[in-house]
Ligand binder design. Structure first.
Ligand code: ZN
Length: 347
């Protein structure tokens, strides 16, 4: 006699998805019409994620009426047991529709395990305590944006202190650069920050990393530029220096400050953020859009100015946020530094 398994979201709402346990395993009923088993996808993803978390070996079989008489082995669906859950679900749907005229139907499936009894499977997917605080699948961008600069700072400090975020793999393509030039895996940093921001058990499938993603943009806005693994920092982290500033402060002191605070990587992150927002670079003082006014290489006149605390006045450990940086054309940058010198001289 089949029994219903009630799956709930992390807020305790029951899913609209009929899941039964019978003497073979878990049966997830098909989705059809506008409302019948509307949460099929969420239910399937939740079940797979929870079985994966419990390290249970399982198989998924097509169980729709026309094939029910066929032996189980012949209706086993091929899909990967690792990787992002959303991709795995899509592969599963393609497999369950193979050979039919439909390509997107969400059909009745049966999940079996050779090592775990059907009732134990049901208990695992319905009551996993770890799963209660673990949202399933991608989180909305609004949730990711609850990560603040301070969450990112603490995540960086924890990783630098030797903690790990073991759910997240080491980075493959990109590194996050700390103010001292240490490199960390961006996804580990963001995962830890997200855990604290949302008080959840953060998982790799909750967000994507990569150039232009909210993950990278939030990390860079907090002042942690992201660079390609194979990228070396040109000129030992010193960006081209303003001659007035060099004259004012003395070259040795200046170079030390620039090395610490003015990484070209941070300047590159600022340029990326402005282009992502406006579509082009612009001088924040005079409004010049050099790519329009000065031709295809016009952006070369845009320099990055530290608009907050003077670099020379920064306490050790100060973290420059992208919001502390300004895009200025070379003329305005020169004038702003002359103004700063003038102001300091008159006091
Ligand atoms: Zn300007």
């Amino acid at each position: 006699m089949p029994t219903d398994v009630i799956l709930r979201t992390e807020t305790g709402e029951p899913l609209n998805a009929r899941v039964e346990v019978d003497d073979r395993g878990l049966v997830i009923h098909s989705r059809s019409g506008t409302d019948r088993n509307r949460d099929y996808r969420q239910a399937v993803e939740m079940i797979l994620v929870r079985l994966d978390a419990a390290k249970v070996r399982y198989d998924v079989h097509l169980d729709s009426r026309p094939v029910q008489d066929q032996p189980l082995a012949s209706r086993r669906l091929n899909f990967p047991h690792g990787g992002p859950i959303a991709e795995r679900f899509n592969i599963l749907v393609r497999a369950m529709n193979a050979g039919s005229s439909s390509n997107g139907a969400w059909r009745r499936i049966l999940i079996t395990s050779t090592g775990v009894s059907p009732t134990a499977l049901a208990a695992l997917v319905a009551n996993s305590p770890a799963a209660t605080a673990r949202p399933i699948g991608r989180l909305p961008h609004a949730a990711l944006r609850r990560v603040t600069h301070e969450h990112v700072d603490r995540a960086v400090r924890r990783l630098l202190a030797g903690e790990d975020a073991p759910s997240f793999d080491p980075s493959r393509d990109f590194d996050l650069l700390t103010p001292d030039g240490e490199r960390l895996a961006p996804k580990k940093v963001f995962g830890l920050a997200l855990e604290e921001a949302l008080t959840i058990d953060a998982r790799p499938e909750h967000f994507t990393a990569g150039l232009g993603t909210p993950c990278f943009r939030i990390l860079e806005a907090a002042g942690y530029p992201i660079i390609r693994k194979d990228e070396t920092i040109p000129g030992s982290g010193i960006e081209p220096m303003d001659p007035d500033l060099a004259a004012a402060e003395g070259e040795r002191k200046l170079v030390a400050h620039l090395r610490r605070e003015r990484k070209p990587a941070l300047a590159a992150a600022k340029r990326r953020a402005v282009i992502a927002e406006l579509g082009y670079l612009q001088c924040e003082r005079c409004g010049l859009t050099p790519s329009q006014a000065l031709g295809p290489h016009g952006d070369a006149v845009i320099e990055i100015h530290h608009a907050g605390t003077r670099v020379a006045d920064m306490a050790a450990g100060h973290i420059t946020r992208l919001a502390d940086l300004m895009c200025l054309c070379a003329n305005c940058h020169r004038i702003v530094h002359r103004e700063i010198r003038g102001g300091a001289a008159s006091t």
